[in-house]
Design a protein. Structure first.
Length: 344
């Protein structure tokens, strides 16, 4: 299970970006709410909030945004414990009260006319969330007292509850982040990272977003495979597209090179099989030979994206089926393009 300190810090950085907050709301919160918000007015609320229990809430993120004729305060509570907290309804009531107390003390609002707050709990734990989302649901009292009890509902985003199909249907960066958290195995994780890179292309100010997101993804992959990415530079240069998109293959190779031997063999074998399968599918109309040739070229482009295949075109064109199969095997494990074509 992921550790809370990493997520509290990493997610706070991610959701301190207005573009990702907008994608979170548009992709995963009730559309009736999202369509009322003017996301161009998103403003991060600085500072921490002290609850009645005298606990400072510095890890959560608070935004304010114009909504019709009022201002909505959006409270993002980052909850990354391994299991749901049964006290969350009470905790959230405390946090919202602390937020109101803070903005009243700073004279941002008239205490006689308070703005609305949308509390959102962003949870990623091994067990699905079964805790009440309204404080009123956990207070037991006779009907005559019901009207005197507090009511506060928070909006729950349980990342693990979304299926792969649901996340793939939401084509934005935040959906990719959730999918990465749910990914099983490094190959699936790297495939999701590529999807995140593609989603980044549609965002304005993507270089700024990319720097924050790249560091989060990098730390995520490092945590999954300790020590496997220590050779990757801390600050990556931007190439065409986005840093994330252009460096995914570099990271994948580092993981495969420095990872455990079993993972290396399984990953290469799976990649080889997928390449051959894709090649054969493409080769339905091209013939078996052309399918293998297509698979080899695709594998070489993935393994050695910066290398020039031109000097080897004539050899590829003249290769027999047996030679193509031999080159496919070498391409899956060779350290360089030249090593693939070297003759023993």
């Amino acid at each position: 299970m992921t550790d809370a300190p990493f997520h509290d810090t990493g997610y706070k950085a991610l959701f301190s970006l207005p573009e990702l907050v907008q994608q979170l709301i548009e992709g995963f919160v009730t559309p009736d709410i999202a369509r009322l918000l003017d996301f161009s007015t998103l403003e991060l609320v600085a500072g921490s909030f002290v609850t009645p229990a005298m606990q400072s809430r510095e890890e959560d993120v608070v935004w304010r945004v114009k909504m019709a004729d009022t201002t909505l305060y959006l409270y993002l509570l980052l909850e990354f414990q391994s299991t749901p907290d049964a006290a969350m309804p009470v905790r959230m009531m405390q946090y919202v009260a602390a937020l109101y107390e803070s903005i009243i003390k700073e004279k941002r609002v008239d205490p006689r006319r308070l703005p609305p707050v949308l509390p959102v709990v962003l949870y990623n734990g091994e067990r699905r969330w079964r805790v009440a989302t309204d404080i009123g649901e956990v207070i037991e009292c006779p009907p005559v007292l019901r009207g005197y009890q507090p009511r506060l509902r928070y909006y729950l985003l349980d990342e693990g509850a979304y299926s792969d199909h649901e996340l793939a249907a939401v084509r934005n960066v935040v959906a990719g982040i959730f999918a990465l958290e749910n990914a099983e195995g490094k190959e699936e994780a790297l495939a999701v990272v590529r999807r995140i890179g593609e989603a980044l292309q549609a965002l304005p100010n993507r270089e700024r977003i990319d720097r924050v997101l790249t560091q989060w993804v990098k730390r995520y992959l490092q945590r999954l495979h300790p020590g496997a990415m220590m050779a990757v530079e801390e600050t990556l240069e931007t190439g065409e597209g986005t840093m994330l998109a252009t460096n995914v293959q570099k990271w994948a190779e580092e993981l495969l090179r420095e990872g455990v031997q079993q993972g290396l063999q399984e990953g290469m074998q799976q990649g080889l099989q997928q390449g051959i399968q894709q090649g054969l599918q493409q080769g339905i109309h091209r013939g078996q030979h052309e399918g293998k040739l297509w698979a080899l070229r695709q594998l070489l482009r993935v393994r050695f994206p910066e290398a020039d295949l031109t000097p080897y075109q004539s050899r590829l064109d003249a290769a027999t089926d047996a030679e193509l199969e031999h080159l496919l095997t070498k391409a899956a494990t060779a350290a360089t393009l030249e090593e693939v074509f070297v003759t023993q």
